[in-house]
Each structure stands twice: as C-alpha cells, then as structure tokens.
Design a protein around this ligand. Structure first.
Ligand SMILES: [Zn+2]
Length: 150
C-alpha cells in the first residue's frame, strides 16, 4: 500500500465548525445541558463541540455537522454574546473591566483570575466552552486597555 495516497485524518486536530470553519472545543454533556434546552441537547450526538468563533452564529455542533445556533443557547459569554458576561462563574462583566480600567487598578479582574484558579470553580459547567474564563477575561482586558490607549 502506497502511504502517499492514504489521506489519514489527523486526530490531533480539533473538528471544525460547519459554519465558520473555526476550531471546536469539546464540551462535557453537563456543560451543553447548562446552555441549551433538553430538546437541543438531544439533537446533537456526543461528543459535542463549542464553536470558539467570536461572531459565528453557531454555538455548539457535533461530528455529523449538526448545529445549535447561538440564538437557541443561553448564558453564552462575551464575545459570542456581545452583552454576555466575561465570566459567568464569578459574574465578571464588560462593565466591571471598564470600571477597573477607569480606576487604573484591575481589582475586579484580579479577583476573578484568582477565584477561577481555586478548587471548586465551576467554570467547567457554567462557562459555555467548559474552560476557565481566565483567558477570555485577560483577552478582553488587554483589548480594552489597548483601545483606551493605555
Ligand atoms: Zn463557528
């Protein structure tokens, strides 16, 4: 068998979102169930993936390219939901970060980053992608600070 003609799927690559082609983030069934209704949970096969695309209208999808729209999901964080919280677990919002920037000391951001690292942080369920919110919080903080010219 000539190996050159065998196109093997690379198992190390995350599956792609059928809508935007972005990387999928595998989520636990509990995470999915926390953000969509029971009927929507049933519509996807396990494992389910969260689309990490900022503006993609797809929230979750499976390997058969069935999708759940962001409009059909709830509790999605910024930037998927522009008005959503940065960290649903600890309630950090876009306004909190702006307050930190206005004060010149990231008090609220630091508190959430510290809490998210503690045992018992339930980001795995409450965060839409099942990941810690720290990366998202930092990303938004840096972006906002850059926009403010600081
Ligand atoms: Zn997508």
């Amino acid at each position: 068998m000539n190996k050159a003609f065998c196109k093997e799927p690379d198992a190390s690559l995350p599956p792609r979102c059928p809508a935007c082609g972005g990387d999928g983030v595998q989520v636990m069934p509990q995470t999915l169930a926390a953000h969509v209704g029971p009927a929507a949970v049933e519509s996807l096969a396990e494992p389910a993936y969260f689309c990490a695309g900022d503006t993609c209208p797809v929230a979750y999808f499976d390997l058969l390219e069935r999708t759940i729209a962001t409009a059909a999901a709830h509790g999605l964080p910024w930037p998927k939901d522009p008005a959503g919280p940065l960290c649903a677990c600890h309630g950090l919002t876009v306004d909190d970060v702006d307050r930190d920037l206005a004060e010149g000391v990231p008090t609220r951001v630091r508190a959430v980053v510290r809490k998210a690292g503690e045992p018992g942080a339930d980001c795995a369920i409450r965060s839409a992608d099942g990941r810690s919110c720290v990366a998202r919080v930092q990303r938004f903080y840096m972006r906002r600070r850059g926009a403010a010219g600081g």
